[in-house]
Design a binder for this molecule. Structure first.
Ligand code: PHE
Length: 342
């Protein structure tokens, strides 16, 4: 025991004299005195050999020694961290790393703007599934099986179930809402739709729509025109002119297509409007009575109007983007150009 106590005194002197001047040196110190095979551990191992009556006193001496060894380590550990920081390339005075903010996709910007304009007129947003059944996408909308009007929308069918399609328009959402919601109905249906088109600058196999529906008593074509006119003025500016051309859709009667004066040349004629001064932006009409009846609405008492527009098309006119494919290519050089709300 005497011997061990003397040894401890020697170690204490060694600790006292040990000059810690580098992280490596500190580590050597730690391993020698405090490591798992170090001196402190070793001395505690000696405990077994100490006679019972001396165990307590010896334990005391050992604990004191351990504290001395640890205190020196702790003291230099802090210093070493601070001193080595610059050599590790850390400069706490430098400004932090800025991370760049993303921007909204142009189609989201345009969609949000369309929604906010119609919301001000009292329309609320309705959404539905992208994989749709035949009834909601076609049959309920006055397009029974084998009706030639189905050819207007080249369709992707889900091959495991011929009753399922990738919806070709968001009119399917309108059908769902008419089926399940009490009147009056005033909704807009934004969403992605799919058509089996060859991908080119002017067409893609998916695109986005916002369709609108208003069904109530005494809804007239005049209401439709005024609603769309308000939209055009809000979206493209006060001076924009509109015109309606008679058209055909199976779900509306009468039907029309609406053009606006060209947003690029103001109507003088340019390549965007193919030198006509007008660009088409949407299809619309009065909801066909068959359709109301199909969906459980009394067509003698109620009328409605509907319209549908392509978000890509509106965005193209707003931003003059001439290749539709750019919207889906995720090229940052394109996407980073759209930084503010439209
Ligand atoms: N659903 C039509 C389409 O996708 C657009 C439309 C909606 C036309 C409502 C008239 C009325 O082509």
């Amino acid at each position: 025991m005497e011997q061990v106590l003397q040894q401890i005194e020697t170690y204490k002197k060694e600790i006292d004299q040990w000059v810690i001047d580098s992280p490596e040196n500190l580590e050597t110190y730690r391993i020698r005195f405090l490591g798992t095979k170090g001196i402190v551990k070793g001395l505690f191992g000696e405990m077994k050999q100490i006679p019972v009556e001396n165990k307590k006193a010896f334990g005391q001496v050992l604990n004191d020694f351990k504290q001395v060894a640890e205190a020196k380590y702790e003291q230099f550990k802090g210093l070493a961290d601070a001193e080595t920081a610059p050599s590790k390339g850390i400069d706490y005075t430098l400004p932090g790393n800025a991370f760049s903010l993303g921007t909204r996709h142009p189609l989201s910007l345009v969609r949000n703007r369309i929604i906010s304009i119609y919301q001000r007129l009292g329309f609320s947003v309705a959404e539905g599934p992208e994989i749709e059944d035949d009834w909601h996408n076609f049959s309920a909308l006055n397009m029974p099986e084998n009706h030639p009007a189905r050819d207007m929308q080249d369709t992707f069918y889900v091959h495991t179930n011929p009753d399922w399609v990738l919806r070709t328009h968001t009119s399917s959402v309108q059908a769902r809402v008419m089926e399940s919601t009490p009147l009056p109905i005033r909704i807009i249906c934004p969403g992605r739709v799919y058509r089996n088109e060859t991908v080119s600058a002017r067409a893609n196999c998916f695109f986005h729509q916002v369709e609108g529906l208003y069904v109530d008593e005494n809804v007239s074509f005049a209401d439709l025109k005024q609603t769309l006119y308000f939209f055009v003025k809000e979206m493209f500016g006060e001076g924009t002119k509109v015109r309606f051309r008679p058209s055909y859709f199976p779900f509306t009667e009468p039907s029309a297509e609406m053009d606006i004066s060209c947003t690029v040349c103001g109507g003088k004629g340019c390549s965007l409007c193919k030198h006509t001064g007008w660009v088409e932006i949407l299809g619309c009409g009065m909801v066909h009575p068959h359709l109301l009846e199909n969906l459980g609405i009394d067509s003698k008492k109620h009328t409605g109007f509907a319209f549908g527009m392509g978000v890509e098309r509106i965005s193209q006119l707003k931003y003059v983007v001439n290749d539709l494919r750019l919207y889906a290519q995720n090229d940052l050089r394109f996407l980073q150009q759209f930084t503010s709300e439209v």
